[in-house]
Design a protein around this ligand. Structure first.
Ligand code: ACO
Length: 428
């Protein structure tokens, strides 16, 4: 195949080189387009056909349902690795040796204490605050307590910022949840593993010794691994574009958290559970909701279905569905919501509307059911997604920084008024 793409604009023709990725994906490199054509640009709202970068972190093939981090398949990682190993691989490129993992973990632990004054910021939030809003604010506020983290030119400070956020973020997550529940804000224990520590901080009651439940621990490890990265999605692109202005890691992550909050992205896991609850309250008639989802005059969408990239199946959803069954069985939870979810999935998979549009359950169709079984409040589900996505955001931000990518600044086609005279207010 020829290595060039030809473009005809009016009666002029132009040639652009093709770029090939390691999995043979092809892109037309239009870096010279605007200059060569005297101002012609491409337009692609939602970036459905536009690559924003070359990246060596995550590969996904939406048609074949493949997801790999640094070349390792998501199925193998979810089965054989723990979250911290996956975080290391995403951020530094390879799975760690035991020494590398130990050093990474001990650096994280050394930086995991959050300044006590952060509690004053949490106190200032009204009861109505959504945990994602609190988390985004606290993550941004960390810069004020760690000013050297804005030095994005220094590899050493970037490493420090990485281990600081890996250590402090679970504290912020736990504090966000505990504040809403009226529980004292605690610290974890450096003698525990990363996930065990997260659990202790989140679930420990002030008057009880906290015992780690291994089933819950394994499920949480798996869930966080499945969410750890997903190439150039909405929140990751946000993190990269904010960081491209040389904003520090924490400020970039805070913006990513805000992007993740929306119901079309990470907020879907909360929306799925609210939808399943509503269907249950309404008598459990899944057919009624299927009809609503298909009705173009009804804004209702089947939450947890469809994906911008996966047009066959979401490999993460397969793993999660199995984990949901296991966790619920082992914890002895009999949740009618699971039956409603399975019913909806069955109907959607054989319904021409969903089949024709290639709409399949995504990762968040089942994750909320597991989080609920773990005793995590619905409002916190997207925060759990953020906790899982943290290493992916860090890896993508670091890659963008060290490749010295230019500032992200898209163009536009202007469709407003042409120049017109100013009319004084009395004459308008
Ligand atoms: N329910 C009903 N119809 C749907 C759904 C759905 N969940 N998702 C897409 N469609 C329909 C659209 O109405 C559209 O129909 P049309 O061609 O007749 O107009 C068609 O399928 C294509 O949909 P788009 O919105 O154009 O697809 P896009 O790739 O832009 O959106 C998205 C993907 C946002 C995930 C969408 O499928 C959606 O809103 N799903 C529900 C929310 C959700 O679960 N989000 C989580 C995504 S995964 C994640 O972030 C971790």
């Amino acid at each position: 195949m020829s290595e060039i793409a030809k473009l005809q604009v009016g009666d002029q023709s132009y040639e652009f080189p093709l770029i090939k990725g390691t999995e043979n994906e092809l892109a037309i490199n239009i870096k010279t387009l605007r200059g060569a054509t005297n101002g012609v640009i491409t337009i692609d709202p939602g970036f459905k056909n536009t690559g924003s970068c070359e990246s060596a972190i995550t590969f996904l093939d939406g048609e074949k349902g493949i997801l790999r981090f640094r070349g390792y398949s998501i199925e193998e990682l979810a089965e054989k690795a723990n979250f911290l190993e996956v975080a290391y691989a995403l951020i530094f490129g390879n799975l760690p040796t035991s020494e590398q993992l130990e050093k990474f973990h001990s650096d994280i632990k050394a930086k995991s204490v959050v300044d006590d004054d952060v509690k004053k910021i949490i106190d200032a939030f009204p009861k109505t605050a959504h945990p994602m809003g609190i988390l985004s604010s606290l993550t941004s506020a960390l810069t004020a307590f760690n000013p050297s983290s804005v030095n994005v030119e220094s590899e050493e400070e970037v490493y420090n910022a990485i281990v600081k956020i890996m250590g402090k973020f679970p504290v912020l997550v736990a504090w966000t949840m505990r504040k809403k529940q009226g529980l004292p804000l605690n610290y974890g224990s450096n003698s525990l593993g990363y996930i065990e520590n997260v659990m202790k901080m989140m679930f420990e009651q002030p008057n009880e010794n906290y015992e780690i439940n291994t089933i819950v621990k394994n499920a949480l490890d798996k869930l966080l691994i499945l969410h750890a990265d997903h190439e150039q999605n909405c929140s990751t692109s946000t993190v990269r574009i904010v960081g491209s202005s040389h904003a520090g890691l924490f400020a970039s992550l805070s913006a990513g958290i805000s992007a993740l909050w929306g119901p079309l992205h990470g907020g879907a896991n909360q929306a799925v559970l609210e939808m399943l609850e509503a269907i249950k309250e309404d008598g459990g008639d899944t057919k009624k909701y299927m009809a609503k989802a298909k009705d173009k005059n009804d804004p209702f969408r089947l939450m947890g279905f469809g994906h911008r990239v996966y047009k066959n199946f979401d490999p993460r959803a397969k793993i999660i569905k199995k984990a949901a069954d296991e966790v619920l069985n082992s914890l002895g939870v009999d949740d009618p919501i699971l039956e409603i979810a399975k019913g909806l999935e069955r109907e959607a998979l054989s319904d021409p509307y969903f089949v024709d549009r290639k709409l399949y359950p995504n990762v968040d169709f089942y994750s909320g059911i597991i989080y609920r079984a773990m005793g995590i409040p619905v409002e916190m589900f997207t925060v759990m997604f953020a906790l899982g996505r943290l290493p992916g955001w860090i890896a993508q931000w670091k890659e963008m920084r060290f490749k010295k990518e230019p500032i992200g600044r898209p163009r536009q086609i202007y469709t407003g008024e042409n120049e017109r005279p100013f009319t004084p207010i009395q004459k308008r």
